[in-house]
Design a protein around this ligand. Structure first.
Ligand SMILES: Cc1ncc(COP(=O)(O)O)c(C=O)c1O
Length: 454
């Protein structure tokens, strides 16, 4: 590491002047300058200065299959040569989009048999909001407007979904959340007064019931949750929590929506996280691992029952007024089909076995003096840094633990997400081997050892 910079200054200057980056502190980014990635193979990235890095975060928890799969590149190139675009409007379609919808319906839990394609996770969540509204209006239940989500949840950055997100930087100065968007406590075992999993589950059920009672059951449309709260700091609810929330939704007559944008496609082991607790949500959202990040695409799944109501609702000949130019893009669909072949061809099995190894190895980091908590489900993990293990005190803000962690990790050849609240997020590609996990943990330990003294 520490090679002399070969990156042309002009790239940094152009970035500084013109590239408005997502979710960075803007002035700090201008001062720091961009880090340019150049190529990738397997779980490794190479930056423009020639540094090789183990990507412990699969890009942005999306490159589940890893980098450099020629079969995926070929599938995209072949589709683009033959037919780069076909709309889903005008009753048109393309072979890959149709095949992908059928494949996803086969793989998905319960009767989530109908798939609406989006460009990513945010618009998949927005599509849920629009469909839920349409559904209840079609049924004449026109007062059912309110949505309930979890504190520390992330449901994307679009105008509707971002109010269901519950992370302060996404709301501050954006006039959010809206009056129909509500949040209940996160099922966060490490920072919870409830001592056991059962108690946290009981608390979650009671909170949901209380919120619905407060708003009036006739006014509440849906409850949405992630199975692992990713961007909130990789919070893993106790086993049975999601199932209990689903049961409570059914009891209360509100829809149950699962956001699997990061847990889908092997993140927690199986193809869908819903498989852990045999969940059958009314809506499910995915993106990211769907194409392993090789092309933009998301998908929203809706249950047959709700689909049939929506399909019957519009008068004959009136279109369902929701869609995107790139819904079901043939190039992205071809990529997704090829990526799913890789998943089914061994990577999901790998995610399960290597995921168990990863979880066990990661637990060893708990003995480190600055590590307060290690939490994980399969290959999704969070390590929380504290200044006092007994009191769980957070490090002082002015120590900039996340900034120092990210910098030191990079110098040690490992990329992870350094969340603002002193949590290291890990989500390595699901093709990772045990030897690569060992390397990841070694580099992580070296990073914790080096400069992190909160
Ligand atoms: C759970 C969850 N939902 C939705 C989104 C939004 O997806 P996208 O960034 O593709 O719009 C994300 C992105 O990280 C996510 O983690």
């Amino acid at each position: 590491m520490g090679k002399k910079p070969m990156l042309s200054n002009s790239l940094i200057e152009k970035d500084r002047a013109h590239y408005f980056h997502p979710v960075v502190p803007i002035r700090a980014h201008e001062e720091r300058g961009v880090t340019v990635m150049q190529s990738g193979k397997g779980v490794f990235l190479t930056d423009a200065n020639g540094n090789e890095l183990l990507d412990g975060f699969a890009g942005l928890w999306c490159v589940n299959a890893g980098y450099g799969h020629e079969s995926v590149v070929e599938a995209a190139a072949e589709q683009m040569r033959r037919l780069p675009y076909a709309t889903g409007y005008f009753h048109f379609g393309s072979e890959p989009a149709i095949e992908l919808a059928a494949k996803l319906a086969e793989l998905s839990p319960g009767d989530l048999d109908h798939v609406f394609f989006t460009l990513g996770g945010s618009d998949a969540v927005d599509t849920v909001v629009r469909m839920v509204r349409y559904y209840f209006n079609a049924r004449g239940e026109t007062s059912k407007k309110h949505f309930i989500a979890l504190e520390k949840g992330y449901h994307g950055s679009s105008s509707n979904g971002v109010g269901l997100t519950a992370l302060p930087v996404f709301h501050d100065k954006f006039d959010l959340p809206m009056q129909w968007q509500h949040h209940i406590a996160s099922p966060f075992p490490y920072r919870n007064d409830a001592a056991t999993g059962e108690a946290i589950i009981a608390q979650g059920v009671a909170n949901l019931k209380a919120k619905v009672a407060e708003l009036g059951a006739d006014n509440v449309a849906a409850f949405i949750m992630e199975l692992v709260q990713g961007s909130g700091g990789v919070i893993v609810p106790p086993d049975g929590y999601a199932r209990a929330m689903q049961d409570t939704c059914r009891e209360l007559g509100i829809l149950f929506v699962v956001d699997e944008v990061i847990t889908g496609f092997g993140g927690t082991g199986p193809m869908f996280g819903c498989e852990h607790e045999d969940l059958t949500p009314d809506f499910l959202t995915t993106a990211k691992g769907l194409t392993s990040g090789y092309a933009p695409m998301g998908a929203m799944f809706v249950s047959d029952r709700i689909y049939q109501t929506i399909a019957d609702a519009a008068p004959d000949g009136m279109p369902f007024g929701h869609g995107f130019t790139y819904s079901g893009h043939p190039g992205s669909a071809a990529v997704a089909l090829e990526v799913i072949k890789l998943y089914e061809g061994g990577m999901i099995e790998n995610a399960k076995t290597v995921g168990a190894y990863f979880e066990a190895q990661l637990k060893t980091v708990l003995d480190h003096p600055v590590v307060g908590d290690v939490r994980s489900k399969g290959l999704l993990a969070g390590i929380e840094i504290v200044s006092n293990k007994d009191t769980k005190a957070k490090p002082a803000k002015d120590k900039d633990v996340p900034g120092r962690l990210a910098k030191t990790g990079y110098e040690n050849g490992v990329i992870f997400r350094a969340f603002a609240d002193d949590v290291i997020g890990l989500a390595p590609p699901i093709c990772i081997s045990e030897a690569e996990i060992d390397l990841l943990i070694t580099r992580l330990r070296a990073t914790l050892d080096k400069r992190i003294t909160p």
